[in-house]
Design a protein around this ligand. Structure first.
Ligand code: ZN
Length: 368
């Protein structure tokens, strides 16, 4: 399988357009046309992970954290990041990162954390806002089906678990072509009235230009009449953090013990513990403390995340307990998540590509 095909598989799950503007995701090192037979998955690239990739003869490393984040002014062996890029390039090992796009994906970083904790009814804590638009296009009736299909394939019409979502209303369109026009229906220099359909489909704002280009290619008219309207409806497909419930409330002490066991950690930094039992839990893998108020609004008993600054603990509502379990600890499951996702898709296609979990990756933080 070639790298660009694998990227398509990953980005169907975690599209690049959902990543934050300032993030740096996608293929960071390597040739997208290169064929791969072995892939290594790690949370991040370190010199040890690079050595492991060479020893285990992989052609591609997939990580959550991007190795390249700030502009790299030189790629030399004297700079720690440059040295890793250089070694990867010398050994023809490609590097791909899915970062904030994997944070906001269904079954991404936070969903996996919630599921590992045993939560039920897992959903987004904060659906992605201001990410959607609606395209309204006027098309002769016989072309509706092909236009809907082309737009859906380009990324329009996805609502939750449903694709090809559209709404169509019949009506009449009229036009008068000038002497320079070349109408595909009717004649120029004559007022035409044609049965048309008003076709409406929702679309990710970041994919708009692509969808509109495809729509114009398929549409039979020389001049396509269409509207693009930004809509405020939050996306049900992508969001930050996750929230869910235990089938029955768990005593607080038991819950804290449970979290430590699942995350394989001895330490949790908790705000004042008021509640006696835990039913609803909000989580955000990695640094998610900005979602604290969203967790409170969602009536979570606990908000579990990583990298919480001291002062944040002063502003915790009485209704919940804020827990910092560490960045690595709350993100660790995504490595196996990526492996499982790829293995599932690859086995369906009969591909023999091997996907390996890194054994050299380590939590950069140690506890004494
Ligand atoms: Zn992270």
């Amino acid at each position: 399988m070639i790298i660009s095909q694998l990227i398509e598989v990953l980005e169907e799950w975690a599209p690049r357009w959902t990543a934050w503007d300032r993030d740096n995701v996608g293929l960071l090192v390597g040739d997208p046309h290169r064929r791969v037979s072995r892939i290594l998955v790690a949370l991040e690239v370190t010199p040890k992970v690079v050595d492991e990739a060479i020893t285990r003869k992989v052609e591609l490393i997939i990580t959550h954290h991007p190795l390249l984040f700030r502009p790299l002014m030189h790629v030399t062996s004297t700079d720690p990041i440059g040295a890793m890029v250089l070694t990867l390039a010398e050994n023809r090992i490609a590097l791909y990162a899915a970062h904030t796009n994997l944070d906001v994906a269904k079954n991404g970083v936070s969903f996996l954390l919630a599921e590992k904790l045993g939560l039920h009814n897992v959903r987004f804590l904060k659906p992605l806002e201001q990410s959607l638009a609606k395209i309204v296009v006027f098309v002769p009736e016989v072309y509706v089906e092909s236009l809907r299909t082309a737009m859906a394939r380009a990324g329009a019409g996805v609502i939750g678990e449903y694709s090809y979502c559209s709404f169509a209303t019949r009506g009449e369109g009229s036009f008068f072509g000038s002497s320079a026009s070349d109408p595909s229906v009717g004649k120029k220099g004559k007022l035409e009235v044609v049965p048309e359909v008003r076709l409406e489909m929702v679309a990710p704002r970041a994919r708009l230009s692509h969808i509109v280009t495809v729509m114009k290619d398929v549409h039979p008219y020389e001049e396509v009449a269409y509207d693009v309207v930004n809509i405020e409806t939050p996306s049900s497909n992508y969001g930050m953090g996750a929230i869910g419930e235990f089938p029955k409330p768990m005593p607080m002490k038991k819950f804290l013990k449970h979290v430590k066991k699942v995350l394989r950690t001895q330490y949790l930094r908790c705000s004042t513990i008021n509640g006696v039992s835990v039913h609803r839990v909000a989580v955000c893998g990695g640094a998610g403390s900005e979602l604290l108020q969203d967790a409170a609004r969602a009536k979570a008993d606990v908000f579990l995340t990583g990298d919480v600054g001291y002062h944040k603990y002063h502003n915790v509502p009485n209704s919940l307990v804020l827990i910092d379990a560490g960045h690595w600890e709350t993100e660790q499951f995504i490595v196996h998540g990526i492996v499982h996702h790829l293995q599932k898709v690859l086995s369906q296609t009969g591909s023999a590509v091997k996907v390996l979990v890194s054994t050299a990756q380590r939590n950069a933080v140690t506890y004494e």
